[in-house]
Design a protein around this ligand. Structure first.
Ligand code: ATP
Ligand code: MG
Length: 378
């Protein structure tokens, strides 16, 4: 295993907020950071000594990034196969290209999980109005999801019955779709696994996540779940990370269904919004752990130091005028994390608030109170 020591440069495919926060951790550990992103004003520009402006399908730009660094990793999985291959010619790519390619298409990802025997809710892959109608007829109330490029609930349609399936297939672009049975959720959780090339792993206890309209709204950690549920969730996530040969981080989103089943929702081979509280509550933040895993350093402790919570700040809060940042910070323990995005649009993740407390409820109460204090009156 090649160990990339502090002093070296890390190449990041993607310069969004996850890249920016990874960059802070990398800088703190003594690494330099170069970034490839289509947007020269991307959030990670703040921490990168070099930003290459190029598309994630541009093999020449990816090769340019890889030539100048000791290792390349990513903060977004939608990187073209040619760009991934180009990186691998010049620098170690962690996680490996085949893991990234498996995850980037929802249908390919589900097929892979199914073959591995990992627990999933009922689903079908469809590619026509007729097959959509048949699938929803068999599954009942469903969620139809575009296989590539959707995030924060985009590219999805919820359908109540088979009669709505053809219309939803049309509205989602008449292409292949993943159709999942709509599950009656007790709660949503996630597990984060860090894994090195030599197989060493460190697994964070589960987080409980609350979504509104398909977008993460808040998350708390460590989750107070029945011990057998936590244990099972962590073993499933580790099994996936091992089988997939992850190097870096793997976030596994899961559903706990009201009938007691614990099912995998989806995978992300990178830092994840639902572990931002690890910067406050954990001995090692997800961003530092990511850098350690990708560079082959010893992994840090995943112990919980304090119960912690985060609440996301979406662009809606910027409507009309900037939110009242100072007022949010009148609650001691609350920290403001802004991603440096110039344009606020409804639904766009602009930042988050984090807090710690005696319990996850207390920490959550603080971030939610701080968020409501951000709304300017009048
Ligand atoms: P993100 O980028 O925020 O992770 P996404 O766009 O990739 O989200 P999913 O994770 O597939 O989309 O779905 C978003 C949310 O929609 C889930 O967290 C859950 O709240 C709800 N959801 C998705 N699939 C189902 C399902 N089969 N049954 C019930 N709820 C679902
Ligand atoms: Mg999701």
């Amino acid at each position: 295993m090649t160990v990339i020591l502090p002093g070296a440069t890390i190449g990041l495919l993607g310069g969004g907020q996850l890249g920016r926060m990874t960059g802070y951790a990398a800088r703190s550990l003594g690494y330099d950071v170069h970034v490839l992103d289509p947007d020269p004003t991307c959030p990670a520009r703040a921490i990168a000594s070099r930003v290459i402006t190029g598309s994630f399908r541009d093999a020449a730009a990816a090769a340019d990034l890889a030539r100048g660094v000791g290792v390349v990793t990513l903060e977004i999985e939608q990187i073209g196969p040619d760009a991934l291959a180009a990186v691998s010619q010049f620098a170690p790519l962690r996680p490996p290209a085949d893991a990234i390619i498996t995850v980037q298409d929802r249908i390919r990802q589900r097929t892979w999980l199914d073959r591995g025997g990992f627990p999933l809710g009922p689903w079908r892959a469809i590619d026509s109005a007729a097959s959509a109608t048949e699938a929803v007829g068999a599954l009942g109330r469903s969620v139809m999801k575009t296989p590539v490029g959707g995030y924060d609930g985009r590219g999805q349609a919820r359908v109540g019955s088979a009669g709505e399936a053809a219309g939803a297939w049309e509205s989602l672009g008449r292409g292949p779709l993943l159709v999942e049975q709509f599950l009656d959720l007790e709660l949503e959780l996630s597990v984060l696994v860090a894994r090195c090339e030599d197989g060493r792993m460190a697994t964070y206890a589960p987080a409980v996540n609350h979504h509104v309209a398909g977008v993460l709204d808040w998350s708390i950690w460590p989750a107070e779940l029945p011990p057998d549920v936590s244990h099972q969730a962590m073993r499933v996530a580790e099994g996936i990370a091992e089988r997939m040969g992850i190097v870096g981080l793997l976030a596994v989103e899961m559903f706990l269904v009201t009938d007691g089943r614990l099912l995998v929702n989806e995978l992300a081979p990178r830092p994840h919004n639902s572990y931002h509280h690890s910067e406050r509550g954990a001995s090692t933040s997800q961003f530092e752990q990511f850098v350690r895993a990708v560079c082959g350093l010893p992994l840090g402790s995943v112990d919980a130091l304090r119960p912690a919570a985060i609440a996301n700040l979406l662009g809606d809060l910027w409507e009309g005028t900037d939110p009242d940042f100072a007022n949010a910070l009148t609650i001691p323990d609350v920290r403001l994390h802004l991603y440096g995005k110039a344009a606020a649009r409804p639904g766009r993740k602009m930042g988050h608030l984090s807090a710690v407390g005696e319990s996850t409820e207390v920490a959550l109460g603080k971030v939610l109170a701080a968020r409501s204090r951000m709304v300017k009156q009048g």
